[in-house]
Design a protein around this ligand. Structure first.
Ligand SMILES: *[C@@H]1O[C@H](CO)[C@@H](O)[C@H](O)[C@H]1NC(C)=O
Ligand SMILES: *[C@@H]1O[C@H](CO)[C@@H](O)[C@H](O)[C@H]1NC(C)=O
Ligand SMILES: *[C@@H]1O[C@H](CO)[C@@H](O)[C@H](O)[C@H]1NC(C)=O
Ligand SMILES: *[C@@H]1O[C@H](CO)[C@@H](O)[C@H](O)[C@H]1NC(C)=O
Ligand SMILES: *[C@@H]1O[C@H](CO)[C@@H](O)[C@H](O)[C@H]1NC(C)=O
Ligand SMILES: *[C@@H]1O[C@H](CO)[C@@H](O)[C@H](O)[C@H]1NC(C)=O
Length: 665
């Protein structure tokens, strides 16, 4: 869109996009190192540690239905179901989450449900203690006699071990079989028990095979097999697997396909049912991946919850915490605001650090999970993440880099200047400005009238030009519209619309003529991190008059920005750091680089309040000019500003002075 109109800018804009992304990375890195290192590492390490396990020890056990079944004696459950979640011994944290997920679901009286974690033999010393403690407290772990594997027979061992495991204790007492159904489930699936039970209750109890048919678009359960995310087998099939040579002879291969093969070869599983569309994968790329679906009301299970962020979104969607009782003992806030993040994925190759991908993730997740990695890459990758909360929305594009620019340029003025501002309580204001330029006085009169959400500004300049701006706030929530026009020059009339949203700031202004100039700017992101672009379009010549892009990062004590301006010809980087937030001391630097001429400029400056009424600023620029500014509020709202500049490169040059007076009685 940026480069379609003019052909000259086309090649440049490709370059500018490349440069923008590189620079974005650079900012990412800088900002990451400056702000996130400590908290990020620490938090992550803390999250990973199994100590989380101990802090949860007061949570009730995950078999609510056992208790429910034993208390009075309502009708006996329609069936008994074992959910075996195949996982690994070291997944303490995940087991903890899963226990909460299943333990807090509404009890389902129609069925007796046991949730157990299934893994192969332990192989580490610490597991002997930690897993044993888990078993003592929760008693929900099955350790199979196998070596940990995924597609080399773990599922076979699981099913074929069950009849023996549950044989002695249970079968003699109650019915002849301990369970009616057995589920093999992954540890990244969320099963909604009530919905599952509801779906199975009317179905057969024998020769039963139920799940998500593979491949993704397949709807006929007899064509292939059920996905390993979670499938249901009736107990007779479990017993058959234990005794059948067909299964024993063929244990290796994708575990879900292998199970399908057994049933096919043995002519079993005549009662097959497809759970689609109530089972599906968590949506990440719905267009390409047909197993995925948007989270929806009638869901039995959601699969591929590969990280905490996805779990949280899913649990939030299904209102998992709705039943939390109010109490004086705790207060859980409604919301921490939402989060929008950007992440850089970097990889270490020997001594080199390779930046491999860059991602702006606009998913909105609770802020407390902002440091979950978004890169989702395998082990040797390191994740960096910069994110920010959505307190308020991003600043408009024009504000990116503004604080540094203000420190370096605002109020420096080497013309003699008188700025008189009169503001009365009724909202009618008057500002006069007189600037002496080459002995000629230019004076402006500026009045302002405010009523409700409408502000009218009228400015009369020394050539008797009248410019008027009518601004209306909150026409629609978050918008501001302003109409401005000049008399006698009506060609300069403009309509200005601003829209401020929690994740975006859009401004548009259009000249009100037959061949209007159009300017559009957008910033997305948050109060902290915003990414923006600005385009100007001349409808008369059909060409782009300007396009700029930039990124800004702002925290309480620093603000950094990178802007690609002048149709991709100039790169501006700026940085401001509040050195002492109590006093207000700040330093700032701004650098520009012309990509065409390789010309560089820079300025650095400082701002230092001497006392609550006095401000001292200094500035040094690449061309050897030194400037200082002294501003004093000599009575409330009345400022006198003295500024001076000296060119150190020019021999014998006289310093330039400026004096400005602002009165706001
Ligand atoms: C586990 O399996 C191995 C061989 O597969 C066998 O030698 C061993 O006795 C089994 N252990 C138990 C406790 O059943
Ligand atoms: C299983 O394998 C054994 C030995 O390899 C063979 O004797 C038997 O016929 C096989 N059974 C089936 C059902 O393929
Ligand atoms: C969660 O709660 C909200 C508000 O009560 C409701 O609109 C929504 O349908 C619920 N979601 C589900 C999946 O039940
Ligand atoms: C005059 O002073 C007011 C208040 O300090 C300021 O907003 C305005 O920009 C100044 N005008 C000029 C022309 O410097
Ligand atoms: C003026 O703005 C306020 C919020 O700032 C809004 O509640 C009110 O409806 C607006 N009034 C008009 C006339 O638009
Ligand atoms: C006043 O308007 C005239 C005509 O549009 C223009 O040429 C002139 O520059 C304007 N004066 C100022 C001070 O803006």
């Amino acid at each position: 869109m940026k480069s379609k109109r003019g052909d000259q800018p086309q090649s440049r804009s490709v370059a500018s996009i490349a440069v923008t992304s590189c620079l974005f990375l650079a900012i990412c890195l800088i900002v990451f190192f400056m702000t996130s290192v400590n908290q990020f590492n620490l938090q992550d390490v803390m999250k990973m540690s199994p100590s989380a396990l101990f802090s949860r020890s007061s949570i009730p056990t995950c078999e609510p239905s056992t208790a429910a079944a034993q208390t009075p004696s309502p009708p006996p459950p329609a069936f008994r179901l074992l959910i075996g979640i195949l996982t690994l011994p070291d997944q303490y944290r995940l087991r903890n989450l899963l226990r909460l997920v299943y333990g807090t679901q509404k009890p389902v009286p129609a069925a007796h449900i046991d949730v157990k974690f299934v893994f192969c033999n332990l192989n580490k010393e610490d597991q002997r203690t930690l897993v044993a403690l888990e078993i003592m407290y929760y008693d929900d772990i099955i350790i199979l006699n196998c070596t940990e594997n995924m597609d080399q027979g773990k599922t076979y061992t699981y099913f074929s071990s069950l009849p023996q495991m549950f044989a002695s204790s249970e079968s003699s007492s109650s019915s002849s079989r301990p369970y009616d159904y057995v589920i093999k489930a992954d540890d990244d699936i969320y099963i909604r028990l009530e919905q599952l039970v509801e779906a199975i209750v009317p179905l057969p109890r024998e020769d039963f095979y139920y799940g998500f048919t593979i491949p993704c678009p397949e709807m006929n359960p007899f064509n292939h097999y059920m996905s390993g995310m979670g499938y249901v087998l009736s107990w007779d099939l479990v017993e058959w697997i234990q005794s059948s040579d067909i299964a024993k002879n063929h244990t290796e291969g994708p575990e879900d396909k292998v199970v399908g093969d057994w049933l096919q070869a043995g002519g079993r599983g005549k009662n097959r049912y497809n759970a689609k569309p109530a089972m599906y994968d968590y949506p990440t790329n719905i267009v390409k991946n047909l197993c995925e679906r948007e989270l929806s009301q009638n869901t039995i299970s959601v699969h591929r919850l590969k990280n905490q962020e996805k779990w949280i979104r899913t649990l939030r969607f299904f209102n998992a915490t709705q039943k939390l009782k109010p109490s004086k003992l705790y207060h859980i806030p409604e919301s921490f605001g939402d989060y929008v993040g950007a992440s850089c994925c970097i990889r270490r190759e020997g001594k080199n650090t390779v930046v491999s991908s860059l991602l702006l993730d606009l998913t909105i997740v609770p802020a407390s999970y902002r440091r979950e990695h978004l890169c989702n890459l395998p082990h040797p990758w390191t994740y960096l993440l910069i994110g920010s909360e959505m307190g308020n929305g991003p600043a408009p594009f024009s504000d990116i880099g503004k604080s540094a620019r203000d420190l370096l340029t605002k109020d420096y003025n080497f013309d003699h200047k008188l700025n008189l501002t009169l503001l009365s309580g009724t909202g009618l204001g008057l500002v006069t400005t007189a600037v002496q330029k080459d002995q000629l006085f230019v004076g402006d009169v500026n009045t302002q009238y405010k009523s409700g959400n409408t502000t009218v500004d009228v400015k009369v300049d020394s050539s008797s030009n009248v410019s008027t701006t009518i601004a209306v706030n909150e026409v629609v929530q978050g918008t501001r519209a302003a109409l401005s026009f000049k008399l006698p020059d009506h060609k300069s009339s403009k309509l200005d619309v601003k829209y401020l949203h929690p994740h975006a700031a859009v401004t548009a202004n259009i000249g009100l003529t037959n061949t209007p100039q159009l300017e559009l700017s957008t910033a997305i992101g948050t109060k902290q991190l915003s990414l923006g672009a600005e385009v100007g379009f001349d409808t008369k010549s059909g060409s782009l008059t300007k396009y700029n892009a930039g990124i800004g990062y702002t925290t309480d004590d620093l603000s950094a920005s990178l802007i690609l301006a002048d149709k991709g010809e100039t790169l501006k980087a700026s940085y401001i750091h509040i050195v002492n937030p109590f006093i207000g001391t700040a330093v700032a630097a701004e650098m520009t680089h012309k990509l065409t001429t390789y010309e560089n400029t820079f300025s650095i400056g400082s701002s230092q309040p001497l006392d609550p009424f006095t401000l001292l600023k200094t500035r040094f620029t690449h061309n050897g000019k030194v400037a200082m500014l002294y501003q004093r509020e000599w009575r409330p709202k009345s400022l006198v500003t003295f500024s001076a500049e000296y060119d150190t490169k020019e021999v014998g040059a006289t310093p330039k002075y400026g004096l400005a007076l602002a009165l706001k009685p």
